[in-house]
Design a protein around this ligand. Structure first.
Ligand code: PA5
Length: 453
């Protein structure tokens, strides 16, 4: 189960939180946000919810992966933004820690997973040194099939495969739009395996599409459980009532904290190493979807922050406790740790460490989560806690869906479109101009007027 405890956001816990009357007064705003959500559903643009419609493609992914995974030492994901962060999160959550450092035996013959989400030559060259391309499958993940960073990586990997006489069909696979973009054309011309990102599923909402399921299937992860968990969460989040719809409650309380108390920095802090890459995934989703210019020219949106418990108790928590009162903190508390270990206190252990005796690591982690939430509440800092029974594919699917739905509700409250990202375009276009892309030569004047050019 996944349960959202919002008590630390409310007036009885923190002075800035809404009381019952303020929650009631939210009614019309919530109704408008729910209506905006439903309008997007009717428009058919929230394809990430429609996981049943993707069942055919999912079956194709699983069939292909069952054969493709044989004889692989390495899988490389080439992608950026929404085309990379989901795979990173799946790897960290569902494979043992330090997976890539394990021997083939320790990995049960399953491949290592590398996600190349930047074009820093040091990372690219470093990875190439590691790979035996004859035993590697490269997943080129780009919905548009045109993203400069991913395409540059693709051209390099393709060139290296050719230099070793290795077939593109055997060593590449594409995850892209069903019709558009350069990758789709290459796939059709050369018979390279290609899986579809539905046109109505945006990049940062695509982890449950082949963008996430292809890597997951190559690792033999439980793709069906991932999807089932997401569907169960989606079906829990349909009501227009805060108490009955956790995604709506999360969005509404975050927005309310921002709007009424200036608490627009939204921290996500899982007390779990397995969930540490949920933070960067959430940061991209919340930031790229909600940081926008409104139709009437205002600049709105929260600033998401990723933290990890207990590690950040020795770092960012100082800021959360005593820094500006501009934050909310959402904890993720994992209730069961199947690999839990007792803390020994044998002969010769110092007496002043005796307080640890009889406890476990899991207990320490969970107690620290509760203690930090309590300490923040005592300091008047708003918190929420997502309680997750355990980290597995089902719960991870549920978490992905929870945050994706919350993003759409939050967009309704902020009054912006969560599905576009116009703010990232100018930088891309100026790069294209500098690289001589014929379509962007009109950017010269802007380029030359830049202070740094
Ligand atoms: O969420 C988004 O839309 C972006 O972050 C994209 O995922 C990112 O720009 C990569 O795009 P593409 O998959 O088209 O290469």
């Amino acid at each position: 189960a996944i349960r959202l405890d919002v008590s630390g956001m409310l007036r009885r816990a923190v002075p800035t939180g809404p009381d019952a009357a303020a929650l009631d007064a939210l009614g019309p705003r919530l109704a408008a946000a729910v209506q905006a959500f439903e309008a997007r559903v009717r428009e058919g643009v929230l394809g990430f919810r429609d996981l049943e419609a993707q069942a055919g493609e999912r079956a194709r992914v699983l069939d292909w992966a069952a054969t493709a995974r044989r004889g692989l030492d390495d899988v490389v994901v080439l992608g950026i933004g929404g085309s990379a962060l989901g795979a990173v999160c799946l790897r960290t959550a569902l494979l043992p820690r330090d997976w890539n450092a394990r021997s083939a035996d320790q990995r049960d013959g399953r491949p290592r997973l590398h996600v190349l989400d930047n074009v820093d030559p040091r990372s690219v060259a470093g990875l190439l040194e590691l790979l035996d391309l004859a035993r590697t499958r490269v997943l080129v993940v780009s919905k548009s099939g045109s993203t400069a960073e991913t395409m540059a990586q693709y051209l390099l990997l393709r060139d290296r495969l050719a230099a070793q006489g290795l077939s593109a069909r055997e060593h590449l696979a594409f995850i892209t739009d069903p019709d558009k973009g350069a990758l789709r054309k290459v796939a059709a011309a050369e018979g390279i395996p290609a899986f579809e990102v539905p046109p109505n599923v945006g990049g940062r909402f695509s982890v449950l599409s082949p963008v996430g399921t292809v890597p997951a299937a190559l690792f033999g992860l439980d793709v069906q459980a991932l999807i089932d968990g997401a569907i169960a969460m989606r079906d829990r989040c349909t009501s227009a009532q805060l108490r009955e719809n956790p995604a709506l409650a999360f969005a509404a309380l975050q927005w309310h904290a921002h709007e009424t108390a200036g608490q627009g920095a939204h921290v996500l802090m899982p007390y779990s190493d397995a969930l540490r890459d949920l933070g960067p995934w959430f940061v991209q989703l919340w930031a790229e979807s909600l940081g926008k210019r409104t139709a009437d020219g205002r600049h709105v949106g929260p600033t998401p922050i990723a933290a990890v418990g207990a590690t950040d108790q020795h770092a960012q928590v100082q800021l959360f406790m005593e820094g500006p009162r501009d934050k909310t903190v959402t904890f993720v508390d994992v209730e069961s740790h199947p690999d839990d270990l007792g803390i020994p206190h044998g002969d010769g252990a110092p007496a002043d460490l005796a307080y640890l005796r009889g406890h476990t690591f899991g207990e320490l982690l969970r107690t620290e989560c509760r203690a930090t939430a309590g300490a923040l509440a005592r300091g008047g800092r708003p918190t929420m806690t997502l309680r997750v029974s355990q980290v597995d594919a089902w719960h991870l699917g549920g978490l992905f869906m929870f945050f994706e739905l919350a993003t759409i509700y939050a967009a309704g409250l902020y009054g912006i479109d969560p599905l576009d990202q116009p703010g990232v375009e100018l930088g891309k276009q100026l790069t294209y101009y500098q690289f001589g892309h014929p379509q962007w030569q009109g950017m010269r004047e802007i380029w030359e007027s830049l202070p740094a050019s």
